[in-house]
Design a protein around this ligand. Structure first.
Ligand code: WTA
Length: 677
């Protein structure tokens, strides 16, 4: 259905390429910061001299092993790497117990702040008891090493405890973001063949309780044509005290199960390559991919990057990453990285504007947050709300700012530094993916002179390049595709249940190179600028969505004959989902007047929300009579994107029917068809 040839057109960035390549602003580290920094300039050279040995050193320093490893990297089964394979360890022990054993039990691990204003601070010693209890409770429900557990929860202390309890048992977790629908949850549970789901009655969102458990009930209910669910129990956290439907024998209250459980639990010592988690992410085809991460290499890289990229000083810093645990950023930089490093962090359940638009800054003032890690879309939203809002709060505790999830445009970068960072704090723009497990490209605070808008340099121990269509590295000043040229410890070990798809997706575009799916440029200094996806993946508010997945959702509706989805540039969210649909014959005239078109649009938007989740709802749905196709039948999304972004339509000479674009443009300008949220 789509153009299969990726193009190097930037899809998520609004800045012009010419400007990007001539960025002259540079922010070298202050001598004071450099003097105290964790990161050392010599690490690049050290890692280049012997990359595996560099990582082995980090693995020994930052991770505690039950059985020390003697092998570092085995790449003989490429593209599936094995790191530290003969070592054994436990992720939860590393995240919690060892800190307690080292006398740090009284340190606060999590300052939880619920959206309604309830708070709870939990120390490492308390966290240890909770995790041990939860592990015993899960074991009592029959969970054992290797079993998959799906976690579908709001951002609560219990969510962190649940993930660690799974890790303690050696039972890979698969967290599904609470904003995904029952159908999306259903397919993920089925793909992972999970035996337990951990959920809550509900969570708080924008000042009101919103239910979660009904989606789980629906996701595991018998359905004609589907095989019986693998789920044996549903463990339910009580959060909102909403009424919930209860299936005796299957459903169990979290608090009751934990109360009954012992606080001693011997962790399962697993091999370094034992699966730690599966996290589903959107790919270029309709079906989400279960990205598989294992234990030893993953923990090594997230601990190393968290310590060095954020300059973490666990005794004095208060760290806050605003991501939800439903995304990889929540896995690596809320749960595993910070806890492995013994950090004290803030965990906030809600949205930035509830009950007021200063909520985040209020939290920073309250907890004296010193390191903040968030997404460009949030920064741009705050820019829109005005700098007088953060101006009302004391943000002087901040000393490092991070950005992740999408390209950060230089204007947003400058605003972040000036308004939030008082023109003083280093900013780290961190490029990575669900697949890479940990940060890959980023400046190092105290070492790198930062450039607004560029992620700049691969971290020590990471090898990346920008190549052209023939896999040749482009010279400085050139553009192409971002690739990773050497294996790294936290790399994915495959797609759950589908090794071939792993090879095909990441390793077939360029022989022997990992293809990230991002377009990139090297500037005159050799610094890397990320330009957005070159495949059919969109990035909306830092969340990955697949055009094909949304197209499949649309055509699964009775009235839709054909659909094409594009990501249009959007000032705040990076990209916005715009859909073009052709209605089936008998429904074709339903959209012929304004009211009908609005109705169709609403119906289809709700349908996408039901199939995937509210985050995937198209901003605009345009009912069209034709889609622009080449003579071989491929949809020309480039032209649709021109229309969606209100640009003059580009070269349409390869279209089978060149009048199609005029028809579509005319339809777009009809006021009824362009309803926005
Ligand atoms: C994009 C999120 C530019 C990129 C950690 C990547 C970025 C995708 C950056 C992965 C950045 C992430 N600059 N683009 N600093 N960070 N991206 O799997 O397109 O949700 O391929 O992982 O986000 O998204 P994912």
């Amino acid at each position: 259905m789509t153009d299969t040839q990726p193009s190097t057109e930037p899809s998520g960035s609004t800045a012009s390429l010419e400007n990007l390549l001539h960025e002259t602003r540079s922010f070298p580290p202050s001598p004071e910061f450099a003097a105290q920094a964790n990161a050392q300039p010599g690490s690049y050279e050290e890692a280049r001299a012997n990359r595996p040995e560099f990582w082995a050193k980090q693995a020994r320093e930052l991770v505690t092993w039950k059985t020390p490893f003697t092998e570092t990297l085995d790449w003989s089964g490429a593209p599936v790497a094995r790191w530290f394979a003969d070592g054994t360890l436990n992720a939860a022990y590393n995240a919690v117990d060892r800190h307690v054993e080292n006398g740090l039990g009284d340190r606060v691990a999590l300052h939880f702040e619920g959206e309604p204003g309830d708070t709870r601070s939990i120390t490492y010693a308390e966290l240890q008891r909770e995790v041990a209890r939860a592990a015993n409770a899960l074991a009592a429900l029959g969970v054992t090493v290797g079993d998959r557990v799906v976690i579908y929860l709001p951002l609560l202390v219990e969510s962190v405890v649940a993930m660690l309890a799974c890790a303690r048992l050696g039972a890979p977790h698969s967290v599904v973001f609470g904003g995904f629908s029952a159908d999306a949850l259903r397919s993920r549970i089925a793909d992972a063949e999970a035996t337990l789901v951990i959920t809550a009655d509900g969570g708080y969102r924008r000042g009101a309780p919103s239910a979660l458990k009904p989606a789980v009930d629906e996701a595991i209910a018998p359905r004609e044509g589907d095989s019986e669910t693998t789920v044996r129990h549903v463990l339910v956290v009580r959060r909102t005290e909403q009424e919930v439907a209860w299936t005796e024998g299957r459903d169990v209250w979290w608090h009751e199960a934990l109360e009954a459980a012992d606080t001693f639990h011997e962790p399962a010592w697993v091999e370094a390559e034992h699966p730690l988690f599966i996290l589903y992410t959107s790919g270029t085809t309709g079906k989400p991919k279960g990205i598989l991460h294992t234990t030893g290499g993953y923990l090594t890289q997230v601990a190393y990057t968290h310590k060095n990229v954020f300059d973490l000083k666990p005794e004095t810093d208060v760290y806050w990453c605003t991501a939800d645990i439903g995304w990889v950023t929540g896995h690596s930089y809320v749960v595993y990285g910070p806890l492995l490093n013994g950090a004290t962090q803030v965990l906030y359940e809600g949205t930035p504007d509830t009950p007021h638009r200063g909520r985040w800054w209020e939290l920073i003032e309250k907890y004296k947050v010193s390191i903040l890690y968030t997404a460009p879309t949030a920064i741009r939203t705050c820019m829109k709300w005005g700098e007088d809002i953060p101006g009302q709060f004391d943000l002087s505790s901040l000393r490092v700012l991070g950005s992740v999830g999408e390209p950060i445009n230089p204007e947003a970068w400058m605003w972040y530094r000036r308004v939030i960072g008082a023109d003083r704090t280093p900013i780290v723009d961190t490029w990575w993916q669900t697949e890479t497990g940990g940060i890959m490209i980023s400046p190092l605070p105290g070492v790198t002179a930062a450039k607004p808008g560029s992620a700049q340099v691969p971290l020590p121990g990471i090898a990346a390049d920008v190549v052209d269509d023939e896999a040749n590295p482009v010279p400085d000043g050139g553009g192409g595709y971002l690739v990773l040229t050497e294996p790294w410890p936290a790399m994915l070990r495959g797609i759950w249940g589908d090794l071939e798809r792993y090879k095909e997706t990441y390793w077939s575009r360029f022989e022997g190179l990992y293809f990230a799916g991002d377009g990139a440029k090297k500037d005159e200094d050799g610094d890397i600028w990320l330009l957005g996806r070159v495949d059919d993946v969109m990035n909306v508010s830092g969340h990955r969505l697949s055009t094909t997945e949304i197209e499949s959702a649309l055509v699964s509706h009775d009235i839709v004959a054909e659909a094409a989805v594009v990501g249009a540039n959007d000032e705040t969210t990076g990209q916005a989902v715009v859909a073009f649909v052709i209605l089936r014959g008998e429904h074709a005239n339903r959209a012929s007047d304004a009211e009908g078109a609005a109705q169709v649009q609403e119906e289809l938007r709700s349908h996408v929300a039901k199939e995937i989740g509210p985050i995937a709802k198209p901003r605009k749905i345009l009912v069209v009579a034709e889609l622009p196709k080449t003579r071989s039948g491929k949809i020309m999304r480039r032209l649709l994107r021109d229309v969606a972004e209100n640009r003059a339509v580009g070269d349409a000479t390869t279209l089978a029917d060149s009048s199609v674009m005029d028809l579509i443009s005319a339809g777009l300008n009809a006021p009824s068809a362009a309803n926005e949220d």
